[in-house]
Design a protein around this ligand. Structure first.
Ligand SMILES: [Zn+2]
Length: 232
């Protein structure tokens, strides 16, 4: 986890100093600030904990959270940005207010069950929050992604953006506020690739009705979706 409570305020591990008294935002137990040259600065529970919050979170996941946070923090159209704050009983990786809309950024590195994707999508919609799922990518993964058949959770995310006259797509984090959108086409030929797009400048909020398609069922949802014809 990247954040903890210190003096009743949320602090980010990168900005926190030792010594200090830090507690878990979820369970209230004391957590340890871990600062290192190699590892991303973070907080960790003691080994005796029964709290599952932040458990098993990868270095990559924490790194991407900080990257998304940093790209939003200094943008003129973003009013508030926070890491790991609670929306109902879900904690989006990053939550920001963009041009008056609350947007949850969910970084998805490993498989999440379809039930969990559905539950979060529904909860965000009910809370008036728009959601965007970000997948991680590097050049090797890029090639691999284009050759393999996407897994069911990836297809669920992809199709969740479908609606109106738009087909689905999936967004890979590219760094510096940019995503690389992909559109699944013929699986034999891999993925269709669109131009890079900026998570603030090129995106807008949209509400979509519940829908069944691509073998999946979707709740009514609010998504943070790319504009068409971005020139980047
Ligand atoms: Zn905890």
């Amino acid at each position: 986890m990247l954040t903890a409570i210190n003096n009743e305020k949320i602090v980010i591990a990168r900005d926190a100093q030792k010594p200090g008294f830090f507690t878990c935002p979820e369970c209230g137990e004391v957590v340890t600030l871990r600062k290192g040259r190699v590892k991303i600065h973070h907080f960790a529970h003691r080994s005796t904990t029964s709290c599952g919050y932040g458990k098993g979170e990868s270095e990559l996941h924490m790194d991407l959270k900080m990257q998304v946070y940093d790209s939003l923090r200094d943008h003129q159209d973003v009013e508030e940005v926070a890491i790991e704050v609670a929306v109902g009983n879900v904690r989006p990786d990053v939550l920001a207010t963009i041009r008056g809309c609350r947007v949850a950024f969910e970084i998805q590195i490993s498989a999440l069950s379809i039930d969990e994707l559905y539950r979060r999508t529904e909860l965000y919609a009910r809370s008036g929050v728009y959601v965007i799922w970000l997948l991680s990518v590097n050049p090797k993964v890029n090639t691999w992604y284009r050759l393999r058949r996407p897994e069911s959770w990836e297809r669920w995310i992809h199709h969740s953006y479908s609606g109106g006259n738009r087909s689905g797509e999936i967004h890979f984090w590219y760094g510096n506020g940019l995503v690389r959108p992909f559109r699944y086409g013929n699986y034999d030929r891999g993925l269709g690739m669109a131009r890079r797009a900026h998570i603030v400048d090129d995106f807008f909020p949209i509400r979509l009705p519940s829908w069944t398609g691509g073998g999946f069922h979707y709740p009514e949802r609010r998504v943070w979706r790319r504009r068409m014809n971005t020139k980047r």
